[in-house]
Structures are given as C-alpha cells and as structure tokens.
Design a protein around this ligand. Structure first.
Ligand SMILES: Nc1ncnc2c1ncn2[C@@H]1O[C@H](COP(=O)(O)OP(=O)(O)OP(=O)(O)O)[C@@H](O)[C@H]1O
Ligand SMILES: [Mg+2]
Length: 306
C-alpha cells in the first residue's frame, strides 16, 4: 500500500512539460491543492453504499469508471460488487468474460430481474481482483422497457434484488446504460447516491441538466434520500484549452458537485478493456490507475463511500 500511496503523491505533484500541474480540478483552475486521507481498509460495517454511475450520454466513461473505481476500492481492502446494468454488457466484457458466456441468460442480472425466486448470491462472479465481485449483464436488458411496462412497482425491482447483498459489501456500483429509461430509474431507486462521469467536451455539459432533472424526479417519487456523490471529469486532454474551458464551465455551474479528481484521456483504458482487466492491474503505475485510486479516496472522504 505504501507503494500505491507514494504513486498518488507523485501524481499530485506531477507537472506537464510546460511546468503546469494538471492532475486535478484545483490544479487546472488554480485553486488550493486538496489532499485526501489515506484509507487502507474497508469499513467492515456492512450496509453498502450503492452508487449508480449515470449519464444518458454514450461513451463518457461510465463503464470504465465502474470497473476502475471498483478495482481501486477493492485495492483499499473494501468488499465491492459491480452490477452490469447495460444491454451492451461492456462491463462484463471488460472484466474478462467471453462473449459466448454472456449469451447465457441464467447468471445475468436480466435473469434476476425476471425471476423473483432466484437467489442473487448465486449470481455473483469473482473477478481477477481480490475483493472485486460482479453480476454480469445480458443483451436482453434492452427489452426491459417493454417487458416491465405493466408491472406494479417496476422501479423497485433492482432495489429488492440488492437488499440481501447490502450487508455483504462495502460498495455496490451500478454501471448504467446511456439512457434515462426503466433500467436507470431502477438503478437510481436502488442507490444511495450517483456518480456522473462527464467527458470534458462542450456538448457533454449541455446534457448534465437532464441528469439533474432525472435525479430530482427520482427524489420526488421513489428515493427521497438519493445523493449526488459527484461529477467526474473524464477524458481530460492536457494538450487542449478546450478541456480546461469545459472544466471551468462545469465548476462554475456545479462547484460543489465537481470532483477534484480528473481522469485524463489515455489509450491505456481501451487497452485494458481488450485485456479484460482494470487499469489498476493492467497498468498499475499509469496515471489512469493512479487517478482512479485518488477518486476512490476522494469519494470515501466526501462520504460517497463509507
Ligand atoms: N479516460 C479515457 N481516456 C481514453 N479513453 C477512454 C477513457 N475512458 C474511457 N475511454 C474509452 O472510451 C470508450 C467509451 O468508454 P466507456 O465504455 O467507459 O463509456 P460509457 O459511458 O460506458 O459508454 P456507453 O454509454 O456506451 O455505455 C471506451 O473505448 C473506453 O475504453
Ligand atoms: Mg458503458
């Protein structure tokens, strides 16, 4: 762990070629640096935080964040469960499950949604990272909208599935699909809070309002205590002024929600997906891995994880 911590300190102090430190929101915007406490073990108390990783915009880093934040939390000694709640099942693939295995309905979260007698504990798969478990996705999740249309309390299906697992885990992360339909409503209803990855690109900012409106509707209707754990700036490009401008825009609009940790754009994320493992193991000392470890510590220190 000392090794990990020293890497974090190095990133915190890292400078670009131009001599500028661009490793965090505070560094980019010229605010005072923020340090997060070192945490080296899980709370061990049970009663998991449930975090929906949400944005209706596609390709902003939801799946990448779910996998790598999950792996970083597990590295801290926490018990972590990931739910693949997207019909693309990219989280499941990203954790090394072969496409042929994903075709099987039994074993997927889709099966659990459809069979209330099934035991969720039987569907948990261990990843290659100690302490990091997951329940895999399935293509038929795409049919959820139509399949559950006439069901009573359809928004609460995932909450009921997760209820018996809350005492087993410290953190449960749900990788949502790029929509704000039935599945995402289920995820938000089952969650204690939301993490919103946001690509550092102008059009992405415009979509944030829609996410906030959905969160407000969920608070009014199915989950009054739903929190926003943070907005995570992803795919930050150190070389462009545009990324910096977008970050400033988000900060001006959402100063409390914007997290200090920034995820930079790097090809290592796509490479690690192909390898079917988190960046924290595939490229353990890379800036991407270090940033997700910092995110884990930031979320814990903000209360977005115990
Ligand atoms: N920080 C990053 N730098 C470079 N590439 C990234 C980064 N984060 C994610 N990617 C890549 O961008 C693509 C989209 O990322 P990801 O699948 O995590 O987004 P998503 O929001 O889950 O997409 P979808 O909405 O389709 O579910 C992937 O190929 C991923 O490897
Ligand atoms: Mg995804």
């Amino acid at each position: 762990m000392a090794n990990v911590n020293s890497q974090v300190s190095r990133l915190d102090a890292k400078s670009t070629n131009s001599g500028e430190d661009l490793s965090s929101t505070s560094a980019v915007l010229g605010h005072s640096p923020i340090e997060f406490p070192e945490i080296t073990k899980g709370s061990g108390e049970g009663g998991a935080k449930v975090i929906s990783v949400v944005n209706q915009k596609g390709g902003v880093g939801k799946t990448t964040t779910t996998i790598n934040l999950g792996a970083a939390l597990a590295e801290l000694g926490r018990r972590v469960l990931l739910i693949d709640f997207d019909s693309q099942a990219s989280m499941t693939t990203g954790l090394g499950i072969k496409p042929a295995q994903i075709k099987e309905q039994y074993g997927s979260i889709w099966y659990l949604l459809n069979d209330s007698a099934a035991n969720p504990a039987d569907f948990i798969v261990k990843s290659n990272v100690p302490g990091l478990d997951f329940i895999r996705g399935h293509a038929d999740l795409a049919a959820a909208e139509a399949a559950f249309v006439s069901e009573i309390a359809k928004e609460h299906k995932l909450r009921k599935i997760l209820a018996p697992l809350l005492s087993i885990y410290d953190d449960i992360l749900i990788d949502c699909s790029p929509s704000l339909g039935t599945l995402t409503i289920n995820a938000l209803t089952a969650s204690t809070g939301v993490l919103i990855p946001m690509e550092c690109e102008y059009f992405a900012v415009l979509g944030l309002g829609l996410v906030k409106t959905t969160i407000d509707k969920i608070r009014e209707n199915t989950n009054p205590s739903l929190e926003v754990y943070g907005i995570l700036a992803t795919m930050f490009d150190r070389k462009t002024a545009h990324s910096r401008e977008v970050l400033e825009l988000i900060y001006n609009e959402f100063p409390k929600e914007l997290l200090d940790t920034i995820i930079s754009r790097t090809v290592r994320f796509s490479e690690s997906t192909v390898k079917g493992e988190p960046i924290t193991t595939y490229a353990s000392t890379s800036p991407g891995a270090i940033s997700y470890r910092r995110l884990a510590r930031e979320l814990i220190s903000r209360g977005g994880s115990k």
